[in-house]
Design a protein around this ligand. Structure first.
Ligand code: BGC
Length: 465
């Protein structure tokens, strides 16, 4: 009956949208938790009277938890499934948010942020994986960039809510309010279907078929997809043993590690976590100015992500990345020079802010989304779970190092040198991008895999020949 088919097609579309919305909510929470600390930290520092070193630990304990969470979720999402992993992540988000809002002392706050980190680690591994397994083929590619967009919207949301609460200085509300989206995620995840790919991998083909029937337009489409999944399951994931035996696979894993180290050592999170502090260094002594400046940073981060979405498949990964690193190197370099000379006049202050924003644009249009895209493209199917676990964990470890050293760098190297170090690193990344990073635009994942495994140079694994 045409009427019925139409109705079920519409409801299948709604179901797919609902599923994608929920998985993206995990990205939003990831961003909220990254962003919230920037505005809360100055008030926490005042309230608990903590040293710079303790502040660094309040910031970085979350990344420590996230590294553990990312390592654990490779195992968890394959044993318990993606849905139950997301559920565990959502429960940890609720516990971590409530606990950190109520922490009676800095030690408890650090412990609570490790729990939040576990949640973020689980979400940052499981949500994109689930999305890529459930989204129809046509939109699978854009999902990763959209996921990054949700992260940046989360960061902006946190900056806005921090600003709203900053008038009363109530950092407990800043941290506690995140419980609401965390509960929404928890309730929503209960209604999610299991990933059809995971069900099939566990041998539950009939259940996998049922889920696909609910998500795809026609039952032929669902059947075709299940056949493809069956076919791809013939290739067993061997991860660790493949890593030991195959030097070509090892190269892909190392490349994933390098890519994530490059993303983090651009210095982006120095700004994400310590933005109000940086505005203070640039001469904005008033808290309201610092908070609104931070909101503008968050907004520009969201908007510039659209540049990446537009450029990634047209220009390609390599030129976009190179340009991004260049923009970041110039932004940080000039900022360092201005701090060296001294920022005295209002004109100089605003110019310093412009340089900061230029850096943010450089990151959001390139390394932000593109590193995640590349990391998911370069791993051969047989070692994909392993390779992505290693690169995601590296992201969090590098993230922790950056967060845990910034204030110490300012205190020991001085303001100007700290920014120059990051500028120098971005110049180094331009060279590494040109020498080592492949262009993977318009080439199938199978082709990349064949190039990699046949021993082609890393920078050539995206070539068509
Ligand atoms: C990075 C995060 C960063 C965020 C900023 C992500 O791609 O992994 O570390 O905070 O972008 O937008």
């Amino acid at each position: 009956m045409p009427g019925n088919t139409h109705k079920s097609r519409t409801s299948n579309k709604m179901m797919t949208l609902f599923v994608c919305f929920l998985a993206a909510l995990a990205g939003l929470l990831f961003g909220l938790d990254i962003g919230v600390i920037a505005g809360a930290l100055p008030f926490i520092a005042k309230d608990f009277n903590v040293t710079s070193h303790q502040q660094e630990w309040i910031v970085s304990s979350m990344m420590f938890g996230a590294a553990i969470g990312a390592i654990g979720s490779g195992w968890m999402s394959s044993r318990l499934g993606r849905k139950k992993s997301l559920m565990a992540g959502a429960i940890l988000f609720v516990i971590g948010s409530l606990w950190s809002a109520m922490a009676p002392n800095p030690e408890m706050l650090i412990a609570a942020r490790v729990v939040l980190g576990l949640a973020v680690g689980v979400a940052s591994y499981t949500a994109p994986l689930y999305l890529s397994e459930i989204a129809p083929e046509k939109i699978r590619g854009s999902m990763i960039s959209l996921y990054q967009l949700m992260i940046t919207i989360g960061i902006l949301g946190a900056y806005l809510s921090d600003t709203a609460f900053s008038y009363t200085g109530n950092w407990r509300w800043m941290l506690g309010i995140i419980t609401i989206p965390a509960i929404l995620l928890l309730v929503g995840v209960c209604f999610l279907p299991n990933s059809p790919r995971w069900l099939a991998a566990k041998g539950h083909f009939r259940d996998a078929q049922r889920v696909l029937d609910r998500l795809r337009d026609t039952s032929e489409q669902a059947k075709r997809e299940l056949d493809e999944i069956r076919e791809s399951l013939k290739i067993k994931q061997t991860g660790w043993s493949l890593f030991r035996e195959n030097s070509n696979f090892r190269r892909a894993v190392y490349l994933g590690v390098l890519l994530q180290v490059m993303q983090q050592f651009t210095g982006m999170n120095v700004i994400m976590y310590y933005a109000p502090k940086i505005f203070e260094i640039a001469g904005f002594s008033n808290t309201t100015e610092q908070m609104w400046g931070t909101v503008i940073v968050g907004l520009i981060n969201v908007l510039a992500t659209f540049i990446a979405i537009g450029l990634v498949d047209r220009w390609g990964r390599k030129p976009t990345l190179t340009l991004g690193f260049l923009v970041m190197a110039v932004g940080m370099g000039i900022l360092g020079t201005m701090l060296h000379i001294g920022i005295e006049s209002p004109g100089a202050q605003y110019f310093a802010v412009a340089m900061l924003l230029m850096f943010i644009i450089g990151f959001a249009m390139s390394a932000g989304p593109l590193i995640w895209v590349l990391c998911s493209e370069i791993q051969p199917l047989k070692g994909r779970d392993f390779g992505i676990t290693v690169s995601t964990t590296t992201n969090w470890i590098a993230n922790m190092i950056v967060g845990a050293t910034f204030l110490t760098m300012l205190n020991t190297l001085g303001n100007a040198n700290t920014f120059w170090v990051y500028s120098g690193l971005n110049i180094l990344f331009i060279i590494l991008t040109v020498m080592l990073i492949p262009e993977t635009k318009n080439i199938s994942l199978e082709h990349i895999e064949r190039n990699l495994m046949s021993g082609k140079k890393l920078r050539d694994i995206g070539s068509q020949e």
